[in-house]
Design a protein around this ligand. Sequence first.
Ligand code: F6R
Length: 255
Amino acid sequence: MEVVILNSAEEVGSTVADHVESLAASKPEAVLGFATGSSPLPVYQELARRVRNGLDLSHLQGFALDEYVGLDYGHPESYHSVIEREVIEPLKLKPELIHVPAGAADDLDVSGHEYEAAIMSAGGVDLQILGIGADGHIGFNEPTSSFASRTRVKTLTKHTREANARFFSSLDEVPTHCLTQGLGTILDARKLVLVAFGESKAEAVAAAVEGPVTAICPASALQLHRFATVVIDRAAASKLRLREYYEYIVANKPR
Ligand code: F6R
């Protein structure tokens, strides 16, 4: 796994935006995987800035990682709304090319299967952007999720609901369930880029990068991927034992 440690959220945003821009240059209709939450916002903001300056991302296709169950898509915190507000509009993407799991569908098993089929028929995800929960979740694959899992309903942990309560007016309003891509779905993406900021993510990042591959830390599944990059700030890197080694590798990359 490549670990890139940077000084600020802006640097993280710009580094990951470079990955997206070079992918779009070589494959304009590439498939991006979008995380929601706070962590990827600097990436989307930097891409939006480049789009305002002329970068064309309008042929990109996209798949969000997850959606709450039991929230109207029109609710401002549904991931349908968040993806529209933070990604589709600022990056000037075509709404019909961007997909979010159907968490309000009557039959969630069917919508999970349909989401997997849609990803397959788009040719699979080229670059998946990930955040990480303080408990090590990616997507909403909570601890003990199967590494082989596909898009399905998951129960959010109390910890995740409390962390996400900041987006709602009370904890009671935070949905209890979600429809999320599985760890198996995520591992099928051709490239994974995980972003994290701040001390509160330091333990989860260390467990994911340097700990055992274990379902108790779903993000440790990244160790099984050939092309996984972790792009983090110094605070999120603070519990990594081999921090200096990762910095040395990045500084001495063969050209
Ligand atoms: C949301 C998602 C989650 C978040 C994680 C971190 O689509 O995939 O795994 O990335 O909960 O959230 P933030 O970035 O808000 O700390």
